[in-house]
Write a protein that binds this ligand. Sequence first.
Ligand code: GRF
Length: 202
Amino acid sequence: MRFAVMASGRGSNFQALIDAHARGELPGAELVLLIVNKRDAQAVARAKAAGIPWAFIDSEAMPRAEFDRRALAVLRDCGADAVVLAGFMRLLTPEFIAAFRYCILNIHPALLPNFPGAHAHRDALAAGVSESGCSAHLVDEGVDTGPIILQQPVEVLPNDTEESLAARILPHEHRLLAEAVRLLAAGRLEVDGGIVRILPEK
Ligand code: GRF
């Protein structure tokens, strides 16, 4: 499975995939491209260090449909079979989703369906929950609404800030995202009525 990663910033989830692949933990998966939508995304430096081709498509300079058209063209040129959103802070158009139906993964720093969107930690703290976490899921047309693959609960501490909660959850994001890529590459993800079934090892 040839997969591309899309990122907008720091790229620690992208780095986790680079590292998992280097450790041989993603059999059958090949990381073929990084696409960033921000010129200053730190993820680019990670791609360069790992020798992974990268492309910058400036999402601030064009409408959403044009961004997706250009991203799809680049993805087709490199023969990507799947896309992993790793700290990618934009919505994709239905056309993009349809082109990679159930082959787009995302990692979200909350226990979906709780706290979707761009401020998961802030919202979890404001709600006073004692537990948050992260979710790896298949992407559909909604905001963090696609079929859930893996989740990891993480304790919220009384004096947590967004930063301390994010730091406690982040390593679990890295682990879950790599595991979701592994499962997708192994053909072990089946979607039945909006629910993911993880098939046994073949
Ligand atoms: C992560 O918490 C990710 O879940 C969220 O953005 C944060 C930064 O991710 N979408 P990364 O370090 O850029 O991968």
